[in-house]
Design a protein around this ligand. Structure first.
Ligand code: CAA
Length: 281
C-alpha cells in the first residue's frame, strides 16, 4: 500500500490527511508551524469524538485511524512517502519553495501533487527536478466528506503519474474529473463567481439570510452561497476570486468590495467568529 504525506496542516491539509487515514493509508502531516499540527490533531479528535457520541464511529475505529496519522515539523519526514500532497497557502512563491524542498526531501520515484485551487501546476513542477512526477489534485472542503477530486495534468506530467494519482484518488474514496490547467479548474470557475455575486447582492441591499434561503430553496443547494463563504473562509474565497480575475483579466471576475473589506477587518467567516453571520467560537 502506498504511503502518503500531506504538507500543510490547515483546514484542507488536516482534512486530506484524515481522508487518507480513514481509507487505511499511513500518512504523515508535515507543517513547520507546530501549533498548526496541534490544532489539526485536536480538530480531528473533536470531530471523531462527535462521531463516537453519535454512533457513526466506534472508539476502536477512532484510535486506529488516529494512529495512522503522524505529525511532523520536519520536511525530512517526507522521505518514506510514495505520494506527497501539498496543501499550503495559495501563493505561487510559497508553493514553489515547498515544491523545491519536497523534491529534495522525497525519495526517488515519489509523486508530488498540489491541492491548489487554481494556480499553474506546470509552474510548480518547474521548481522540481521531477516535473513528470508532478500534478494537481484539488479537494473540496470538508475534504473527508466531499466526494470529488479534480485532476489536473501539468505540461510535463507523465501518463504513469496520472494513473498513480487517479488510482490513489479512487482508493481514498473520491470520484475524479479531469480539468484543464486553467484558473479555477471546473468547480471554482463556476462556484466562486456565484458566491461573489451573492456578496454583490448584499452590497446592493439584500439581507444575507434572504440570499441564502433563496438559493437553498430555489436551487436546492445544501448551504446558501454566503453561509458557504463563511464556511470556507472569506480570505480563501477572496484569494480564489482574485486568482480568477488575475488569470483571465476579465471584469466579470472582479472580487466584490464587501469581501475585501471583510478581510481587512479580520472578518474571515466561521474560523474568526464573524463573517456574513456571527458564530460562537
Ligand atoms: N470536516 C470533516 N467532516 C465533517 C465536517 C468537517 N468540517 N463537517 C461535517 N462533517 C461530517 C460529519 O462528521 C458527518 O459525518 P457522520 O455522518 O459520519 O457523523 C457528516 O459530515 C455530515 O455532517 P452533518 O450532519 O453535521 O452536516 P450536514 O448534513 O449539514 O452536511 C456539509 C454538512 C456536508 C458540509 C453540507 O452542508 C455541504 O455539502 N455543504 C456544501 C459544502 C461545499 O460546497 N463545499 C465546497 C466548498 S468550495 C471548495 O472547497 C473549493 C475551494 O477551493 C474554495
Amino acid at each position: 500500500m502506498l504511503k502518503a504525506a500531506v504538507i500543510g496542516a490547515g483546514l484542507m491539509g488536516g482534512g486530506i490527511a484524515q481522508t487518507c487515514a480513514q481509507a487505511g493509508f499511513e500518512v504523515v502531516n508535515v507543517d513547520t508551524y507546530e501549533p498548526a499540527l496541534s490544532k489539526a490533531r485536536a480538530d480531528i479528535e473533536n470531530l471523531f469524538n462527535k462521531k463516537v457520541a453519535k454512533g457513526t464511529m466506534t472508539e476502536g475505529q477512532k484510535q486506529e485511524i488516529l494512529e495512522r496519522i503522524r505529525y511532523s515539523t520536519e520536511m525530512k519526514d517526507l522521505r518514506e512517502a510514495d505520494i506527497i500532497i501539498e496543501a499550503v497557502p495559495e501563493r505561487m512563491e510559497i508553493k514553489k519553495e515547498i515544491f523545491r524542498a519536497a523534491d529534495e526531501a522525497a525519495k526517488e520515484g515519489a509523486v508530488i501533487v498540489s491541492n491548489t485551487s487554481g494556480l499553474s501546476i506546470s509552474e510548480m513542477a518547474a521548481a522540481t527536478k521531477r516535473p513528470d512526477k508532478v500534478m494537481g489534485i484539488h479537494f473540496f472542503y470538508p475534504a473527508p466528506v466531499m466526494k470529488l477530486a479534480e485532476l489536473i495534468r501539468g505540461i510535463a506530467t507523465s501518463e504513469e503519474t496520472y494513473q498513480t494519482v487517479r488510482e490513489f484518488a479512487a482508493a481514498i474514496g473520491k470520484e475524479v474529473v479531469d480539468c484543464p490547467e486553467l484558473p479555477g479548474f471546473i468547480v471554482n470557475r463556476i462556484l466562486v463567481p456565484m458566491m461573489n455575486e451573492a456578496a454583490f447582492l448584499v452590497m446592493e441591499g439584500c439581507r444575507p439570510e434572504d440570499v441564502d434561503t433563496a438559493m437553498k430553496l430555489g436551487a436546492n443547494h445544501p448551504m446558501g452561497p454566503l453561509e458557504l463563504c463563511d464556511f470556507v473562509g472569506i480570505d480563501v474565497m477572496l484569494a480564489t476570486m482574485t486568482g480568477l480575475y488575475n488569470g483571465f483579466r476579465d471584469s466579470k471576475y472582479r472580487p466584490c468590495p464587501i469581501l475585501e473589506n471583510m478581510v481587512k477587518a479580520g472578518h474571515l467567516g466561521r474560523k474568526s467568529g464573524q463573517g456574513f453571520y456571527s458564530y460562537n467560537k
